[in-house]
Design a protein around this ligand. Structure first.
Ligand code: PMV
Length: 312
């Protein structure tokens, strides 16, 4: 049996504005991962793979899958890209501790874990940028017009400073970041949030471009603060970024309540992460203050909390 895993991710700065060409910073989450295992199937058709994600009741033979089904699409794209056509029947099982549709990159992590498992099983070393390209194909099914930040951070498993259509810059952190995540329990698809921002921008381009520019400036300052390890400044920048996301219209009452709760518990700063309109907040804090932030989030109604470090 071959096993591989890939991390979930958070967007530390710049979501939404990144779709419009501004810089953003994303980081893999050490604590939340998806695993994929591949083992031979005693019975089944040759050159076929049974793909299973038991937690969501997903069970699909590769050759019977619809063309827009992301996981089989990823598997086929990889097999084609490395020129594999003949193999004994296989069983691919995906398990994840990453909540789905919550802005934590569960789809990209599943794709990355599957490709990494295939790479190892067929012994076909593949570059992280090729893996990122294949994941992007599946992200297009999920999101329509993704910026490419999710596939990049998950495929490389590094903190990334990302500008659309440019080579990513991987950041070396001065010191680990302690992040507490709080779940609003609300779910909105990223494509809904991205479409709403696009509509607002079309109605009032000057105003929305100003907001995107401000967010871009925040990401640029955050890049320096991450490299220098200035967590106080990073927290302030997260709060500023959150205000701009509120102006974009992708926040929610619950997100703001959880952000306030994290700040009241002395987090350096807090913001929504990802598409927004629900999903998770992320709060930056000291290692010694993690429990206090978790408790404060739970008291404010968080349906779940997680702690993860971000390291380079
Ligand atoms: O997949 P999510 O919900 O983490 O959102 C990704 C970030 C967006 O900027 C909202 C979309 C994108 O494609 O960059």
């Amino acid at each position: 049996m071959i096993k591989a895993s890939a991390p979930g991710k958070v967007i530390l700065f710049g979501e939404h504005a990144v779709v419009f060409g501004m810089p953003a910073i994303a980081a893999p989450l050490e604590g939340l991962r998806t695993t994929a295992t591949i083992s031979p199937l005693p019975e089944g058709a040759h050159n076929d793979i049974l793909i299973e994600a038991p937690a969501i009741g997903y069970f699909q033979w590769l050759h019977e899958a619809a063309p827009n089904d992301p996981l089989p699409m990823i598997v086929q794209e990889f097999l084609t890209s490395v020129g594999i056509q003949k193999f004994d029947p296989l069983h691919l099982v995906i398990k994840s501790s990453i909540p789905s549709s919550a802005g934590l990159g569960s789809g990209a992590a599943a794709s990355a874990a599957v490709i990494e498992a295939l790479v190892r099983f067929f012994d076909k070393p593949t570059s992280a940028s090729e893996i990122s390209r294949i994941i992007y194909e599946a992200e297009k099914i999920h999101h329509g017009t993704p910026s490419g930040i999710d596939n990049t951070v998950v495929a490389h498993d590094r903190v990334v400073y990302f500008i659309r259509d440019q080579e990513p810059e991987f950041l070396n952190l001065h010191s680990p970041l302690w992040i507490v995540l709080g779940d609003t329990g609300e779910r909105t698809s990223t494509s809904t949030a991205v479409s709403q921002v696009r509509r607002s921008w079309q109605e009032d381009p000057d105003h929305f471009e100003d907001i995107f520019q401000s967010i871009g400036a925040i990401s640029r300052q955050a890049r320096i603060a991450i490299i220098e390890g200035d967590h106080e400044i990073l927290g302030k920048l997260m709060n500023k970024n959150q205000s701009k996301l509120e102006e974009l219209g992708v926040s929610s009452d619950r997100l703001e309540k959880l952000n306030d709760a994290a700040r009241q518990a002395n987090a350096f700063g807090a913001k929504l992460s990802g598409g927004g309109m629900g999903g998770f907040i992320i709060a930056l804090t000291d290692e010694g203050n993690v429990d206090a932030v978790c408790h404060s989030l739970s008291d404010a109604g968080a349906t779940a909390t997680f702690v993860s470090t971000i390291e380079s």
